[in-house]
Write a protein that binds this ligand. Structure first.
Ligand code: ADP
Ligand code: MG
Length: 289
């Protein structure tokens, strides 16, 4: 009997869909929509978990003072001694604020309510809109092989405020969750305008990665109509994967778990795994990863 061969990062026999290159570039996606309750945090947590499950090294940055992404990943308030507030206030490095989660390869920079006051505190600082970008620029410096991040997901607050602008200025692309409800498209043009402004003034490489329809209810005609309307309006920008309304998704955060850990077999977990595959596929098509 021979020993099983060790798979080297460049081994041609390794499955092609496993990201094995330790020097893969870091991709930063802002999960943004100024409407509340559309599934931003749920998408950040569960897309992040799904990406980690398929081998990516993922950091979620909680940029909402409500801290729902942090709580939903089981981070209690006591362990948030260094938070995204400290990072943006210039009092801690991003690396120092990172916490591990129960999911392998998924880490988080947690937020606290202090973040709500940051905008006023830094409003006259020249670098106020690029503080997150500057913090991220140093993130992978000096990381040992295979410990750097390949995906960073920034969970934005429900507002087009300075925090969201920081997220967009620091990102390669914006991922927009849209809830399948009557007013789904309302506010989208304003969001797209903000993306254009950030692109013009702060971050020329910024693109829209895609639009993910959330809380889809197949029994509801309105849901189907919204999907058709959004696809007509936004075309190929809309991911094929639609996230269903699924009670397991809404239960999971109260256990401090992503839905993939809470109930891997449910329709919600399946959808977020498919979304992760689609996100990676788009990255490949765009030559980013
Ligand atoms: P946002 O971050 O945009 O404010 P959340 O992700 O917090 O939105 O979602 C709002 C609420 O809807 C939360 O209670 C969440 O658990 C629930 N929710 C989100 N997505 C789904 C879904 N696909 N099915 C059922 N409930 C969902
Ligand atoms: Mg949220």
């Amino acid at each position: 009997m021979t020993d099983a061969p060790t798979i080297a990062p460049t081994d041609a026999t390794a499955p092609a869909d496993l990201p094995l290159d330790p020097h893969k570039p870091m991709r930063v996606l802002a999960v943004a929509n100024q409407k509340g309750g559309v599934g931003k945090t749920t998408t950040a947590i569960n897309l992040g978990t799904a990406l980690a499950a398929i081998g990516e090294r993922v950091l979620i940055i909680d940029l909402d003072p409500q801290g729902n992404a942090s709580t939903g990943l089981g981070i209690d308030r006591k362990s948030r001694s260094r938070s995204t507030y400290d990072v943006l206030a210039g009092e801690a490095t991003l690396r120092d604020s990172i916490l591990t989660t129960s999911v392998p390869r998924l880490h988080i920079a947690a937020s606290t309510l202090d973040l709500a006051g940051l905008e006023l505190e830094i409003s006259s600082a020249r670098d106020r809109a690029v503080r997150l970008r500057n913090a991220l620029a140093k993130l992978n410096d000096g990381a040992a092989d295979g410990t750097d991040y390949t995906y960073v997901l920034v969970d934005c607050p429900p507002s087009l405020n300075l925090l969201t602008v920081n997220a967009m200025a620091a990102s390669d692309a914006v991922l927009v969750p849209l809830q399948c409800e009557f007013f789904a498209l309302e506010g989208l043009s304003q969001l797209l305008k903000t993306v254009d402004q950030v692109k013009e003034l702060l971050n020329p490489r910024l693109t829209i990665h895609g639009i993910v329809l959330t809380m889809f209810d197949a029994r509801n005609n309105l849901s189907n109509q919204v999907v058709a309307d959004v696809r007509e309006f936004m075309g190929a920008k809309v991911y094929d994967t639609v996230i269903p309304r699924n009670v397991r998704i809404s239960e999971a955060p109260s256990y401090g778990k992503p839905v993939l850990v809470y109930d891997l077999k449910c329709a919600g977990s399946d959808a977020y795994l498919r979304l992760a595959t689609e996100v990676i596929q788009r990255e490949r098509e765009q030559g980013a990863h």
